[in-house]
Every structure is written in C-alpha cells, then in structure tokens.
Design a protein around this ligand. Structure first.
Ligand SMILES: Nc1ncnc2c1ncn2[C@@H]1O[C@H](COP(=O)(O)OP(=O)(O)OP(=O)(O)O)[C@@H](O)[C@H]1O
Ligand SMILES: [Mg+2]
Length: 359
C-alpha cells in the first residue's frame, strides 16, 4: 500500500468547520503517515489543537482507511505551524477589502491637467483634519504625481511579503503611488496586463488598516484604467473635476456616462480654477467663464459640490510636497473642508436612497 493511495481516499475527508478536504488544506501530508503491515498510523495537524470537531475527523479517517483493508488505524492530532495557519487563512477567510469598509471616492476628469491630483491630495488632507481616517491611491501609474505633491517621492513602503505592504503615512493620511516604487524621472512604460497588475496590488495588497474614506486619483480620460477601476469597485462614488472651459466639462461628461454604465454613483462636480480673486480688491474674476460646471451637473443630474479658485500658492505648495491644506488658517483649507463636508453629505444621501429602495 503506498501513501498516495491513502491520501487519495483522505481527499474525501472534510474539515467540518472549514468545509474543505483535509488533504487540500495541508492537514495531512505523506510524512505524517506511517504504514506498518496492516496497521496505519496517521497524524492530522489541526488549526487549533483540541478542536471539538476532531472526533468527527477521526471517525471519517478510520472508516476510509479500514475500507482500504487496514486492520488497525491510529489517528493522532497535532497543530499547524503559524506559517501554515497564515497560509490557510489567506486561502479561506475572504478578507474584507478596504472598498467594502471605506467609502471610495474616485477623482476623475475627462481632460488632463484640470487638477485631479491636486484636489485628491488636498481633499484627503482636509478630511483627515476633520477627523476622518483617510487613504489615497494614486491610480495614475504612468503619470503619477501624488508622491511629489506629498513630498514622499521614492519613499519605499515597508512590506511583510509580496502581498502585504504598508502604505506611506504622511501629513495625517496613508498613501500609495507608483512614485514609491520608481524614481520621479524614470519612464514607466508598462502597458496592459502589467499596469492592471500594479493597480490590483495597490487595491488589494496594501494593509490600509481601518479607513473611513479612500480617495483614488484617476489618470485623465476614459481609458482602460478608469474603466477597470469602475468595474472592480462599482460601489464607489465618482467626483468629477472640471474647469470652466466648456471643452473640459464636455469631456468630463464622457467619464460621467462611463460611471453611469458601470454602476458607479456620480457624487457631483467640483469646478477647479473657477475664478481668480483679486488680491487687492477681493473681487472674483471668472477668467474662463461661468456656469459650465452647472451645465455639466444638470446634464448628469448631479450637483456642483464646490468651486476652487485659481491661486498660484496652490501649485507652489504642491510642488514643495506640503499641500496648502496643511495650513490651518488658509482660506483655501476652509474651501476644501467645505467641499469634503459636501461630499460626505452627498455620500450619505446616496446611501440612504439605496437603503430606502432596499426596504
Ligand atoms: N486651483 C489651482 N490653482 C492654481 N494651480 C492649480 C490649481 N489646481 C491645480 N493647479 C496646478 O495645475 C497643475 C495641474 O494640476 P494636477 O496635476 O493636479 O492636474 P491633473 O488633472 O491631476 O493632471 P493629470 O491629468 O496630468 O493627472 C499643477 O501644476 C497644479 O499645481
Ligand atoms: Mg494627476
């Protein structure tokens, strides 16, 4: 009688709690089997020693092996090593992904350069100043900029192993970006599968801990990356960034429609570079025109949640790695806090509308 035959029949013995074969779970291995004439001794390593269900497992094993022709079957129990248990947990306990527990805000736009990354970064910081636990994923793998804005370019994350890494903690938030893995000026030339592989790692292999909100800075446009993110996390909310020029809001509309098709909720529109406030007289100048965000909002049946002025300090602070919202007394910080409150309220409104539908 060879051990393989024994393992083959034991494949039908299940751990009653986990609901899978004890062989598949690695509880029995060839080296745990000892054959001596018509006697077989076998050790089973359980997840917890003294598991109340071990009697059932023992009975099942005895029946199976007696049916193979053995006269005596001796079953003993041991306990799995920590490594074995961890591996087993990883396989069996579906870990809640961060997207199930934290509200996910996708920050997107049709056009490039309208201020998505600036807004994602400052919103994240403003939310943390308001007491929320916040994460930020830079999903713009090819054109990453979050690391520069946060002053963490080239800061590598700590990792336990290939599938467990820790986000970078900075300015009160947790963040991860391609800029934590490659140098600022190196060209990331990956396409297709590699790109989506990195994204998946950012989404599922980062140990975010407990978060209230996770912001995702999308690459510009309606390409593969925004689409696949929307497909992977349909329970997310899209914040559309636009500028007053009609061309920008027009393309933002396309991203909005993509969200509607994938089941992502459109949270609202934020208009960036909305106006210039004259430092001398305080009057607002709508350099690029007005009302485009309103138009886009009504086209997509959503609200304008905020307007952010064009202020050179916003860019300057981003460039030094210390976003403007770190300044408690800056009026821009108040604008961002207000924008975040509107977002929070809007999320709650959407959630409640679902709750009432499901009643
Ligand atoms: N309200 C603002 N006032 C002044 N400058 C701003 C403002 N918002 C963004 N900027 C500046 O505009 C530039 C583009 O912003 P940002 O990189 O955030 O845009 P983006 O939409 O993320 O671009 P991309 O599509 O390339 O990812 C940056 O230099 C940024 O500092
Ligand atoms: Mg960007």
């Amino acid at each position: 009688m060879d051990k393989q035959k024994i393992l083959d029949v034991l494949k039908d013995v299940y751990d009653p709690e986990i609901g899978r074969s004890i062989v598949e779970l690695g509880m029995v291995k060839p080296e745990y089997i000892d054959i001596d004439g018509s006697t077989v001794k076998i050790r089973v390593n359980l997840t917890i020693k003294g598991c109340p269900l071990q009697a059932t497992i023992k009975d099942d094993i005895e029946k199976k092996l007696l049916s193979l022709g053995f006269d005596k079957v001796v079953v003993t129990f041991g306990e799995m090593s920590k490594e074995e248990k961890d591996a087993l947990m990883g396989k069996n306990v579906p870990e809640d992904s961060i997207f199930d527990t934290a509200r996910t805000i996708l920050v997107g736009s049709g056009k490039g350069g309208v201020g998505k990354s600036t807004i994602a970064v400052n919103l994240a910081i403003a939310a943390s100043k308001l007491g929320y636990k916040v994460g930020l994923i830079d999903a713009d793998i090819l054109g990453f900029s979050v690391t520069r804005m946060l002053g963490i370019s080239g800061v590598r994350p700590n990792a336990i192993d290939e599938t467990h890494m820790f986000p970078i903690q900075v300015h009160g938030i947790k963040a991860i970006s391609m800029g934590n893995f490659v140098d600022e000026d190196s060209a990331v030339i990956w396409r297709g599968p590699l790109l989506s592989n990195i994204l998946q790692q950012f989404m599922y292999n980062v140990e975010w801990g407990d978060l209230d909100y996770i912001f995702v800075d999308l690459p510009p446009g309606t390409g593969d990356v925004p689409l696949s993110i929307m497909q992977i996390i349909p329970q997310s909310y899209l914040l559309l960034v636009t500028t007053p020029q009609s061309a920008a809001s027009h393309v933002a509309g396309r991203l909005g429609k993509m969200a509607q098709k994938t089941g992502v909720d459109i949270l609202g529109v934020v208009e960036n570079m909305s106006y210039f406030e004259c430092p001398d007289c305080g009057s607002k100048h709508y350099i690029f025109g007005k009302n485009e965000a309103e138009k886009l909002g009504s086209e997509l049946k959503t609200k304008v949640l905020g307007e952010i002025p064009i202020i050179s300090e916003i860019r300057e602070k981003s460039d030094t790695g210390r976003p403007i919202t770190l300044e408690e007394n800056n009026p821009v910080t108040d604008i961002y806090k207000e924008l975040f409150r509107n977002i929070d309220r809007q999320c709650t409104e959407i959630d409640e509308s679902y709750a009432s539908i499901n009643k």
